[in-house]
Design a protein around this ligand. Sequence first.
Ligand code: AMP
Length: 120
Amino acid sequence: MAYDSENIFAKILRGEIPCDKVYEDDWSLAFNDINPQAPIHTLVIPKGAYVSWDDFSEAASADEITGFVRAVGHVARELGVAEAGYRALVNIGANGGQEVPHMHVHIFGGKALGPMITKT
Ligand code: AMP
């Protein structure tokens, strides 16, 4: 799947639409989810143009991957959820329920989150 530079997170990265920024460094941007599913629900995205975890893990440089993984941990600590625990989640592609085609990690926290997947 080719990267769509008009996706909403690309627009946030270009500053074309606002976000509730939590953290930014050379590799990553973190902002609060617009439709939170937990008391804390923050998204961490790489600054590079990667569609998904699949794309990122294959095509990103070692520096990008290291910077991004460190940013996810840093953001969790900055949000104050690291000690009590939290969930980091990545939706990938159609079966994964990915809605925005720019790689992102969800950080959920602020309460006991319950089972990982609800049976349907
Ligand atoms: P996913 O289903 O993993 O692709 O998740 C996409 C997430 O992006 C959802 O949780 C949305 O609520 C969130 N989202 C969509 N648009 C925005 C936005 N403009 N600012 C912040 N979060 C957004």
